[in-house]
Design a binder for this molecule. Structure first.
Ligand SMILES: *Cc1c(COP(=O)(O)O)cnc(C)c1O
Length: 436
């Protein structure tokens, strides 16, 4: 089977894998979805518990891409990208945490970015000229994308970030790699960065000459590898236990990846969406009204999203029926004070260190178990606590969080970035000069 992809806004028009992955966003502003996802084969289910994470990943990726990517290539891409562990930690009886922060930039986004980089590299292997990847970042995404594309042949990456608005270590993750990675420090906001990226795509001729593509989270190839670790978590639970996955959510890519895993046949008790005060989806699940709005700033800032991009995919999966979504997905929202209290309380009670995003998830898991005491909850811990050192030290005291070597050693490296104003003309001119 060769997979095709439709836009959530034009379900009867299809593109191939190359177009879906390289174009990222359909012209009608919908999102690409695989035409058909069937449960994995009986052969897989006979021995899936004995497979490694990349072995599972290969079967999952085949289930979604079919033979639109040759199996041998897909296997290589999966093994090179999912090459770090996703351990399931049982903090207390039936209370599990799935640690997704053991990749190179210490956030779950490494899974998606590394897979996407290698897939894009393969899809453009015979194209002339370099693929130019543009990405605007408010923090975590830029670092994961930069690390993922570093040294990938045939690609170059331009990262736009708002001056003074990312943490010191995050900035170092963007600006110290060199090689095919270039950082632009924009004198403006994250919204300005996003606007500049969009404006480049609208200049058709330049976009084509430079072979522009985007690496933000709406890209379908970033979601697929995020399905892998749902299987990985389930396989490590006692046989017969159906996990309840609790997902700290912003753009809802991670949760959508869980829904894809379920479509591939994984047995899941329930999905629980956990958000901070940006609670558009929990509100929708409660009231049936979808009201996107401007985001508010919180300490779990990677989830400060007021109009979650993957909601369109969730709707498509549930046939645009509120009732159906509500049956499979529960939602809870918490404020910063509760998040802080939870970081302290859980460290005191169990010794386990949750960072702000995971703490929001933990609260939702507790809420769920109140009415479902037998549930095995698996909270996705989406980043390493050292990435949010300020908050962690405010709650737990100085020196309370170990800083991994990978992050700590960045402090000594020299930042290299071009400074630029937020105007579209100047940005376009700079981009054009890349090929001269
Ligand atoms: C991106 C991110 C999230 C939100 O994930 P979505 O897929 O956008 O819902 C949560 N936590 C951290 C640490 C992140 O970087």
């Amino acid at each position: 089977m060769s997979q095709r992809f439709y836009s959530t806004r034009s379900p009867d028009q299809f593109v191939d894998v190359k177009e879906a992955v390289l174009r990222s966003l359909p012209a009608d502003n919908g999102l690409y979805m695989p035409e058909s996802i069937e449960p994995l084969s009986a052969d897989f289910w006979d021995n899936w518990r004995s497979l490694s994470l990349p072995e599972i990943g290969f079967e999952v990726a085949k289930g979604i891409f079919g033979d639109s990517v040759p199996a041998e290539q897909l296997e290589k891409i999966v093994h090179e990208s999912a090459n770090f562990p996703a351990p399931l930690v049982t903090v207390r009886e039936r209370e599990h945490v799935l640690e997704l922060f053991h990749g190179p930039t210490l956030a779950f986004k490494d899974f998606g970015a590394r897979f996407m980089a290698r897939l894009m590299g393969w899809l453009t292997r015979e194209d002339e000229g370099l693929l130019t990847v543009l990405v605007a970042t408010s923090g975590d995404t830029g670092g994961a994308v930069a690390s993922a594309f570093h040294h990938v042949p045939g690609t170059r990456v331009v990262i736009l970030y708002p001056q003074g608005k990312v943490s010191g270590l995050q900035e170092k993750q963007l600006t110290t790699l060199g090689g095919n990675i270039t950082a632009l420090e924009i004198d403006g906001t994250f919204d300005d960065c996003q606007r500049l990226v969009k404006s480049a795509f609208l200049q058709r001729e330049m976009a084509e000459t430079l072979n522009l593509t985007s690496a933000n989270s709406i890209n379908i190839s970033r979601l697929v590898p995020q399905s892998f670790y749902y299987f990985e978590a389930a396989k490590n639970l006692p046989e017969g236990v159906k996990p309840t996955f609790v997902i700290p959510s912003g753009n809802f890519g991670n949760l959508t990846a869980g829904l894809l895993a379920e479509k591939l046949g994984l047995e899941v008790e329930r999905f629980v969406a956990a958000t901070n005060r940006n609670d558009v989806v929990p509100e929708y699940l409660r009231e049936g009204e979808y009201r996107p709005r401007p985001s508010v700033a919180t300490i779990s800032n990677a989830m400060d999203v007021g109009a979650p991009s993957n909601f369109a995919r969730m709707e498509s999966i549930f046939g645009h029926e509120w009732e159906s979504m509500k049956e499979r997905v529960a939602g809870f929202a918490y404020d910063d004070q509760m998040t802080r209290d939870t970081i302290r309380r859980i460290r005191e009670e169990t010794g386990y260190t949750l960072e702000p995003h995971g703490a929001v998830g933990w609260l939702a898991a507790e809420a769920w178990r109140k009415s479902n005491p037998e549930a095995h909850t698996v909270v996705l811990e989406t980043a390493h606590p050292a990435k949010f050192l300020d908050v962690m030290e405010e709650e737990l005291g100085e020196g309370s969080v170990e800083i991994p070597e990978r992050l700590g050693c960045l402090a000594h490296l020299e930042k290299v970035a071009y400074s630029m104003g937020p105007d579209e003309e100047g940005f376009a001119e700079w981009l054009r000069s890349l090929d001269e």
